[in-house]
Every structure is written in C-alpha cells, then in structure tokens.
Ligand binder design. Structure first.
Ligand SMILES: [Zn+2]
Length: 258
C-alpha cells in the first residue's frame, strides 16, 4: 500500500463512517492489513506484531513508520518499551488517567489485569469520560499514573492543564507528559495573537498547534508542581533494537513525578 492509497482510505473513512464507529472499524481493518504485512523484519511491542515492514506515515511521507495492526508510531513503541522496562505499570495495581487515548495504547492498557484504566478526552470516541484537561473533574491525588501525549501543544492555557495533571496525580505517582519539542530553541515560541489556522501553520508548522516548545518545556512542567526527569532511555538501546522496533534516537521521555 502506498502513501496515496493510505490518504485515500483515511479520507473515505472520515466521510462515510460515524465518529463513534471509527476506532472499532479501524482496528478490524488494520487487523486485515497486518496479515498482508506479516514478516520478521520489524516488531511492534505495543501489539506484539511481527512484520516485513511498517506502513508509511501519511503526515510527512516517511517510510516504514506506522504499525499495520495497532497504528503505533516510533514514539509509541519507544514509550511502550520504557513502560515495560522502567516503570511499575505492568506489575502493580494502579489507577491510570490516559488523556487523549491513542488507539495502540488503548487496547493494550485495557488488557492489563491490574490496571484501573480511565481513558479521557473532550470528544474522542475512545474516551470513557469527557474531560477538559484545564478543568479535570476529579479530586486532588486521585491517580497513580497519568499518560498525556501530544496534547499540550493544542491547549491555549497549557500551564493550567499541567497544573491540573499535577493536582489529580497522587503523591508518589508518576506521569508521562510528552509534547513535540524543538530542542534547538531555548525558549518556547508562542503568541496569543496568532489564532488563524493559516498563521499557526506558518509559525508553528501545524494549523492546530498553539506553540512550539523549546528547552524550557521542562521548566513549565516543574512550575506546575512536577519533579521532572528527562530520561534518555533511547540512547541506552543498541542499533539492533532501534532497527527492530523502528525507533527514533531523539525522542526523550519526560517522566513527571509528584
Ligand atoms: Zn502494533
């Protein structure tokens, strides 16, 4: 399947399929596609699929990126390995809040017998509850674990969102809070006057982003109350592992503890 065919299928699906049915249909559709891609060149740890290659990314046309079964990307596969090797997620009874649940994690997390799993979003069909991340409707110190990936760059008041994540996390709990970063920039670039999709695309590279985070991303998370560790876990992996799972070497994990 080439990139244009992937784009066409996505476009058709958006036109024809009601939102609430899309995750289940996508899951079953890609189950079929994954059989065509079966092989032994690459492995997806999220779904334990073995394939001759991954699908191309339709966003920036990178080849060999998307898991044909669970749709994981490089960053999802890295995070799954990290969760397995560096956290207590798979061994202890924990209550997790998953903001903007990704399909590849959603199915895997639901299968974990000890995990009390709460997928949450404003409008995702995968969400069990509707949650505004700037006003999370749960008491202080409710969750042992929070996963929030590639959300904050879309939020106007991201500092409030970070504070809310920290508020509902239990003392001793941990959160993974990932956002796209430009690590060459010392400071985050944002301007409240930039509001049109065209202007956002021009300034931030995406028409629905509110900013480009720089090296001060960690400072923002710490200002919200977290103790943040930037874990360069990927640098400890050998090239054979990087190739096997198709990871990128510049994705660091922001582990936020309270
Ligand atoms: Zn997968």
């Amino acid at each position: 399947m080439n990139i244009n065919q992937v784009k066409l299928l996505k476009s058709l699906a958006k036109t024809l399929v009601p939102t609430r049915y899309r995750p289940a249909i996508a899951w079953n559709y890609f189950g079929l596609v994954s059989r065509l891609y079966r092989g032994d060149q690459v492995v997806c740890p999220c779904c334990n699929g073995h394939f001759r290659q991954f699908l191309p990314s339709s966003v920036n046309q990178r080849p060999n990126v998307v898991c044909p079964r669970c749709l994981s990307l490089e960053r999802h596969r890295l995070l799954w390995l990290y969760l397995q090797e560096r956290t207590n997620l798979f061994t202890q009874s924990l209550k997790m809040l998953h903001i903007a649940p990704e399909l590849c994690f959603y199915h895997a997390f639901r299968k974990l017998p000890k995990l009390d799993y709460l997928p949450a979003d404003l409008d995702s069909p995968l969400a069990a509850v509707s949650v505004d991340i700037t006003d999370i409707p749960y008491n202080d110190n409710t969750f042992d674990v929070i996963i929030c990936n590639h959300v904050l760059e879309h939020i106007d008041d991201d500092r409030k969102a970070m504070s809310e994540l920290c508020r509902v996390l239990k003392p001793g709990g941990w959160a993974i809070v990932q956002s796209p970063l430009d690590t060459k920039r010392a400071h985050t670039v944002e301007d409240a006057a930039i509001v049109s999709p065209q202007a956002r695309k021009a300034h931030y590279g995406h028409d629905d982003h509110r900013r480009i985070y720089g090296q001060d991303y960690k400072d923002r998370l710490e200002a919200a109350g977290f103790s943040v560790r930037i874990d360069e876990y990927v640098r400890e992996l050998g090239d054979d592992v990087i190739q096997k799972y198709r990871l990128t070497k510049n994705e660091y994990i922001y582990l936020c503890e309270k």
